[in-house]
Design a protein around this ligand. Structure first.
Ligand SMILES: [Mg+2]
Length: 247
């Protein structure tokens, strides 16, 4: 299959978007999943915590969710060797529950909430996900999904009507993004070289820097506009075909 130039001369001149070897062709785009293609639904948000907590005898205040989540992010560190470790996410979730006022069997509630993150029906696709993947596929570009999660991505793509050529999670691979082996593994599944692939994801360290460290190109999907000073970013996937000069 022939690839296409990643950035047309016009696009390159208009915006120095991608650091990409001259003459390289794009053969695959690898997407992160959470907050890139899909957002967690209400069961995974403040109201979901409250309802779940109630069944565990915990009184959780939805108003405190955002602050509790930010505090949990600051406190819970990722695995030092970047191993996939479900217990880290249970601990993270337990900290949120405690931050929302939970006192009691917060662990059991956290385990149940964490299990929800493996369930495809708890997620909603962003409006731009399906048309963007379809546009890339129409140009013969392979699609990979690469997620730091324990979700069954085969079931996830079937549930949401997505089409992809390769799927990989940290749970099945063993290491999480930004570990280099997980990027090499998805590239191997796609049968493309690093220089032929673009990573699209919502986190700078895991998605963008991790991909670039193995020689892939990468674009940050900045849906919330948190990084306006960065040039190589998109605020919506709708801009991806044009960025890749696919017309
Ligand atoms: Mg993400």
């Amino acid at each position: 299959m022939r690839g296409r130039p990643l950035v047309s001369p016009a696009a390159r001149a208009a915006r120095a978007v991608l650091l990409y070897p001259r003459g390289s062709v794009l053969r695959a785009v690898v997407f992160d999943v959470d907050f890139t293609l899909a957002r967690p639904g209400p069961d995974l948000g403040p109201a979901g915590y409250r309802a779940l907590g109630f069944r565990h005898g915990l009184s959780l205040d939805p108003e405190r969710y955002a602050e509790a989540r930010a505090a949990a992010f600051a406190e819970v560190k990722r695995h030092p060797e970047l191993d996939h470790d479900d217990e880290i996410w249970v601990l993270f979730t337990e900290r949120i529950i405690e931050g929302m006022g939970g006192v009691g069997d917060t662990y059991a509630a956290a385990v149940e909430m964490e299990r929800r993150w493996t369930q495809s029906e708890r997620f909603e696709l962003y409006d731009d996900a399906l048309p963007t993947l379809a546009a890339l596929a129409a140009h013969g570009i392979k699609i990979g999904l690469l997620s730091n999660s324990a979700r069954d991505l085969g079931e996830f793509v079937a549930h949401h009507g997505l089409a992809a050529d390769a799927l990989l999670t940290s749970a099945s691979h063993g290491k999480t993004k930004p570990h280099r082996t997980i990027f090499h593994a998805i590239l191997e599944l796609l049968a493309v070289a690093p220089g032929e692939a673009l990573m699209v994801g919502d986190t700078l360290d895991e998605d963008v820097e991790g991909a670039r460290a193995v020689g892939m190109s990468a674009v940050l999907l900045d849906r919330e506009g948190r990084y306006p000073w960065l040039s190589d970013r998109l605020e919506s996937l709708h801009g991806l075909p044009a960025l890749l000069a696919l017309g």
